[in-house]
Design a protein. Sequence first.
Length: 734
Amino acid sequence: MIVGAEIENKEIAKQYKELLQISYQTLTEKDKKLIRSAFNTAVHAHRNQRRKSGEPYIYHPISVAKIVAQEIGLDATSIAAALLHDVVEDTEYDFVDLEKLFGKDVSRIVEGLTKISKLSKESNVSLQAENFKKLLLTLNDDIRVIIIKIADRLHNMQTLEFMPEDKQLKIASETLYIYAPLSHRIGLYNIKTELEDLSFKYTHFERYDFIKNKIEDSFEAQEQYIKSFSDIVKFTLAEEGLDYQIKGRSKSIFSINRKMNVQNIPFENVFDKFAIRIIYDATEKNEKFLAWKIYSIVTDHFTPNPTRLRDWITASKSNGYEALHITVMGPKNKWVEVQIRSQRMHEIAEKGYAAHHKYKNGNQKDIGIESWLDKLQEVLENNTGDAVDFVENFKLNLYAKEIFVFTPTGEIKSLPKGATALDFAFSIHTEIGMKTRGARVNGKLVPLSRALKSGEHVEVITSENIKPTANWLDFVKTSRAKAKIKSSLNEAKKRIAEDGRETLRRKLKQLKITLNDKTTTHMLRYFSLDTSQDLFYRVGLGTINNKQLKKFSSDFNSTFLNFFKKRIRKQNPVFTNSNKDKITQRFDTLVFGKENQQLKHTMSPCCNAIPGDPVFGFVSVKEGIKIHTNDCPNALSLQSNYSYRIIKAKWVDSSSDEFTATIKLSGIDNMGIVREVTQSISNIMNVNINKLSFDSEDGVFTGLISVSVKNKTILNKLVDNLLKVKGVDKVQRE
Ligand code: MN
């Protein structure tokens, strides 16, 4: 036993020495003293603990500190905090001790880390999302907290084999869900890749092994290929006096798998399994010039594909990445990507945040990550909604490819791919976004739903009379714009609800019922609504109308029901299900296509979608539109083989989402019929006419009107009104 302990102590000492040697940042004597004492405290605190692997526990904090020092390259404060990160949670030390021993910074970072690990350890997605949201909130305190947390997670993933299988799956999926995207966003590409590959290993072991072996088999051929590339360009590069290295960079197992799945191709057909990197020495002054010089040399020898040129030197990615990427027809007539970057750019790509700090001096331009953090903070502050929603939006933004567009004054703005002019408007200023009436792209008016492309000039047209509508949520891609629109819609909803409450009070009074907490509770149950705001809102909007209120009052007043009330309280479904006028399921209506049209459809028996499921429509030959869930076993084959028959579909809440309906009408043509028809439509509130066309033949007219309305009640009213117009004979909903 004593011999074993001696070996362990030697190993601990050796690890500690290494830690000091591998630090990316130069450590002063003071730094070393801090790290030394953090190390001593951690060794002492964890002296009686062991990891699942049987190793002394202290191996873990040391490994985390090494990742922090070398791979991420953070400062001495972070290295000390990494050594101490599990001390407060697992041992007798507390924050007061740490602050006394190591100062405020270290103890605050450890406190942040302890808070995160205390977040409920649930496998439930919505709780995970809730945790993630909290995790992001800590970003506001000190970004080092989250970076050290990522290092902690990386080491736990590296040693995951010692965990029981169910834990492995849980931790791996959480890593994929949260930590990999976050690493990507902070610019820690290597760590992100390692996290993805390790997660993939534990969630899809056989597939992982299969691809890994394939990569190893092709390794030699890859080296050979890079050499033949290098042989061709090296003389010219040397002639120009460039100091450089040429390296290969393999695509990760995780992303090769994704490519095979998405494109449905075998391993051999994934064409960009590796890229060639040219890393050159440069000064601040000639860095950009040299990049284009190398570009020029490479393309003298190999034909470039002009559509695949990416210049992230002139405008860096929003996570700070800089490089010049080209794809050329390389040796053996194979397309290969060449990434040209200076030593500085390379370090930034590898180490992200820390390297930015090292190179940031004085008047350098704002690095992406800082403005990203600012934006993130704003989104967090504006977001009161559902955590799962929030995370999904947020992740979209994390992974989105970027485009670059110009403001009217020629400024460059970066937006995620798929962003629209509305996103652009919100990215300039919330006030501009809120009042967007239209947009001009390269001088031409375009619909707000159109996705922008890199290089376009965008000009926003605003109007004081514009207010955001629910449709806008379909037009935006950035979580910032979504959050702003949602909070504005909520305000509008609040206002309608306030009016609705007064309306309800008045109407109930006529029915001899007083509006108070008790009646409100009964009404909520009766109409199966969640909150009183929902109730007042629907009254304000007219979705709960006089007829329904009368019916409620007669049920409410009936002694028969009063008699049963006590029983019913416990099993309220009896109450609500018997109510045929039930108006609220949160998602009660399916709409199709970009315009949210209501169309005839049937549910496909293979997956039996229920309201709220993510679904799509499939236009079948005999049976019209059939609805499948996105994860239906047949979905993938339908979508890939019959993509032209797929129609976008989604569930909406008919009381709050607008949908489009087409109305066909016919009758006797007379002077002014068009005016009367439009008049009769615009007499009803909350109806917008999208399209209108009239045909007349031999004194008989037919008209097609497409309108957006909030719900069926309004639509029925519209049809009734149209029938009253003189000359109109038939009105039909398409
Ligand atoms: Mn830990």
